[in-house]
Design a protein around this ligand. Sequence first.
Ligand code: B1M
Length: 210
Amino acid sequence: EELVLQMHDDLYDGLKDEIEEGTQILLGRGWAPYKVLTEALVSGMKVVGDDFRDGILFVPEVLLAANAMKAGMAILKPLLAETGAPTIGRVVIGTVKGDIHDIGQNLVTMMMEGAGFEVKNIGINNPVEDYIAALEEFDADFLGMSALLTTTMPYMKVVIDTLVEEGKRDKYIVLVGGAPLNEEFGKAIGADAYCRDAAVAVETAKALIA
Ligand code: B1M
């Protein structure tokens, strides 16, 4: 699809208006919101990530790309939300201390809300106290943690260990995600599951609360 390739370029160039327009056009052509999300936006961000890693793109450019991506996501958000679905479970999600990458967790939030979960997204850069306060205030069933940096992912273990120390670990199902993580890491830190992407997060959460 030519427009999808164009949108990958537009995302790369941080063109917010073009991304909004492209999103609307694909929807108008009958594309499912999830297909627009994965094929036009998430795939486009992959190219940005590769060139960022290789030193071809720099932080200001990647920020523009991220903002364009968020604008597209904002259009898809209400469409991904199922209306009137009964609540399956309550989720607190946030990025760990030191980490400000929030696109992935915003996507997980959207997908989980669409699947009937109630989600409290506590944003970026969360110390353990903030997670615990939110879990208790929101009476959550799930704790979701996100980390995109190899330097911040170890903090997930700090949060889980603190829950254990305070005798609260068994009250929550702990899900972790983010590009540098894997199954093995999730097990090693004592999470209940590692979720590769937002769709897996939904499936895993449904399976674990059933
Ligand atoms: Co940053 N960054 N970044 N960055 N950035 C990465 C992560 C990096 C891999 C880029 C690279 O080198 N290729 C690299 C990390 C290297 C490493 O740790 N080994 C990196 C770096 C180095 C940095 C800085 C240090 C750069 C600098 O300042 N020199 C800096 C650190 C900032 C900080 O956090 N303290 C930084 C800054 C930034 C921006 C601010 C410019 C921007 C973030 C904007 C924002 O989020 N608001 C940014 C971006 C955009 C990226 C890349 C390009 C894209 C991340 C993204 O949004 N992906 C990223 C490259 C990459 O990941 N390949 C990169 C799309 C998103 C949909 O995927 O987040 O993986 P993802 O989420 C997925 C799954 O992982 C999963 O589901 C999501 C949806 O399917 N998932 C969960 C995620 N969280 C979950 C939680 C769950 C379940 C599933 O809980 C239930």
